[in-house]
Design a protein around this ligand. Sequence first.
Ligand code: ADP
Length: 397
Amino acid sequence: MKILVLNAGSSSIKYSLFAMSDRRVLLSGILERIGEAMAVHRYRLRDDEPVSVEMRLTNHQQALQTLFSGLAASDTVGNGDLACIGHRVVHGGELFHQPALITSEVINQIAGMIPLAPLHNPANLLGIEESLRLMGNVPQVAVFDTAFHQSLPDYAYRYPLPASLYTDQGVRRYGFHGTSHGYVAKQAAEFLGQPLRELNLITLHLGNGASATAIEKGRSVDTSMGMTPLEGLMMGTRCGDIDPALHFYLSRNLGLPLEAIETLLNKDSGCKGVCGENDMRGIHALADAGDQSASLALSMYAYRIKKYIGAYFAVLGRVDAVVFTGGIGENDTRLRQQCCDGLSALGIVIDPRQNRAPAPPCAAIHADTSTVKILVIHTQEELEIAIQAETCLTALR
Ligand code: ADP
């Protein structure tokens, strides 16, 4: 069985084609700068050298046309060989606890969630609608970033606001990165040789966006991102947790309009706001060269992660493992060390030697004295979308 996974953003479409028998990636790529003067298609066929081609792509329809004709011309999928297309959809609101076979009703429901995710759901929908037009004979499944967190109890997902904002407007914590948190939780269970339903985990997805999740007996019971992906940990360009009254201050004292505040908190804050750099490797380079603001950004970043580890320890009572994942979580030795420093009272003790040499896709980096295991696990969100799409299709047969 072959499954194509699509992640459609506003100006880019990422894709991966999987052979599900051995979960191999046959083809993966990204179509970027769609709608700009010159777009670029970067892709890699099996283990070949990556290829980059510049072309004009005025819209998502043309981009997907390019992808599907490329697929047909390659030897990766034969006629009728593509079992399914799995689409990443950011917001599934309270409607979707599971992946869903895409029908016109599901499309309408995803469209109904646009007010909750105005930056993401419209682009995800565009990818779905154009794929249906071009490949309508292939079953298509929507996999939601929010679905894994639908198990949160009400006292964790409700905000202390007037109840009508929840009942009438859907204002609550939804959480994101659910595909990644769910995937690494399953991998952790496999690595530890224990059933997931018996494990309590704190999973830390640290990439350009970042979030922490408390997992009790395999189910998400709290997560740091909220109604939007802005809440929670400090991120590359997003502020994470701040005083909500800051908005009034910015508006009253600086005269900033709402849109400017939204941009400031989403695109010009986080690490970028503190030290002018949002890429973690760049931040380390600056800090190593003596830049005090970069050192401060690193300290703030790790400190805020540590606070969530402490909070989720209290939520869970017993923690079997802390799991680091995402580009930073998987690669940043120093940051992992900084996050775990001083947590021995909680039984969290990192082994500096293991921490420096974790072996992907899954490695243990805790000291022998650590009662909590510390794992580094390579996340594979695209593969998890393919697996969930396959499970959804199988259940329908
Ligand atoms: P996204 O959230 O867009 O999927 P990634 O999960 O790939 O992003 O994470 C990107 C982040 O990972 C960047 O800040 C990048 O600097 C960081 N990163 C990647 N490799 C390393 C490394 N070796 N050391 C520190 N940070 C790294």
